[in-house]
Design a protein around this ligand. Structure first.
Ligand SMILES: C[S@@+](CC[C@H](N)C(=O)[O-])C[C@H]1O[C@@H](n2cnc3c(N)ncnc32)[C@H](O)[C@@H]1O
Length: 224
């Protein structure tokens, strides 16, 4: 699936998948993949009853998503990630942990946002998105006025957009755009609020590698 307006700049594929992962990719992923026609009531996507639905964009290896799903069994999760090796890791994690409440969109999340119904989500996670720190690449960043407009439409009042990054430039970029967006309020009251990982979150794979050596910022924006 592609759109003339959406050009993906990241990696779609790394090393070849090992046979076990390839089998999961070929046989199990089709069962977990989001259908083309997304239901108006997103809870219909899940085999068990869920009270709310949340979205993680760019889930990498999916460890945060599986952790959330095991911690909150009455929440349904949609994960969007175009990197095939990451998707295969998530499918393996779902099978290993019997996590029954995750559906996968294995494409660019910008193609998913317009398909989702208004006020259908209670949280959107964007954890350590690709920083695109060179000035000429900044416009490739996932956070933009356009994606924030989608987040505002998709989140219920009181819902949260959670953003984490160890790139100071991207943190400033996101703060500037989200705080001037009429639909969002930055919830931090003191430095510890943005310096401390959310209590129910697991350090992601990228975060654990700590490539930059810089302490991440964790920003929470509440949908008015
Ligand atoms: C630096 S990695 C972080 C992965 C994971 N969140 C973590 O913290 O370990 C950024 C991820 O975002 C994914 N990504 C980049 N652009 C994306 C897009 N437009 N839609 C969905 N995922 C995207 C990449 O494929 C990559 O897996």
């Amino acid at each position: 699936m592609s759109s003339p307006d959406v050009r993906f700049y990241g990696r779609r594929k790394g090393h070849d998948l090992k046979p076990g992962r390839q089998r999961l990719f070929d046989e199990t992923l089709p069962l977990l993949r989001l259908p083309d026609d997304v239901p108006q009531d997103l809870s219909d996507l899940f085999a068990t009853d869920v009270d709310e639905v949340q979205l993680e964009i760019g889930f990498g290896g999916g460890e945060h998503l599986v952790h959330q799903a095991l911690t909150h069994p009455r929440v349904g999760y949609i994960g969007a990630e175009p990197y095939i090796n990451g998707v295969a890791m998530l499918v393996a994690g779902i099978e290993r942990e019997s996590a029954a409440t995750i559906r996968i969109f294995d494409e660019d999340a910008r193609l998913l946002l317009p398909k989702l119904p208004d006020a259908s989500l209670t949280k959107i996670y964007l954890l350590f998105p690709d920083p695109w720190h060179k000035a000429r690449h900044n416009k490739r960043r996932f956070v933009s006025e356009e994606t924030l407009d989608h987040f505002a439409r998709l989140l219920r009042p009181g819902g949260e957009f959670r953003f984490a990054s160890d790139d100071a430039g991207y943190v400033r970029w996101t703060l500037a755009r989200a705080t001037r967006h009429a639909a969002f309020i930055w919830t931090a009251r003191e430095p510890a609020d943005w310096r401390t990982r959310w209590p129910d979150a697991l350090a992601t794979r990228y975060e654990t590698k700590n490539i930059t050596g810089i302490k991440p910022a964790y920003l929470t924006f509440c949908r008015r």
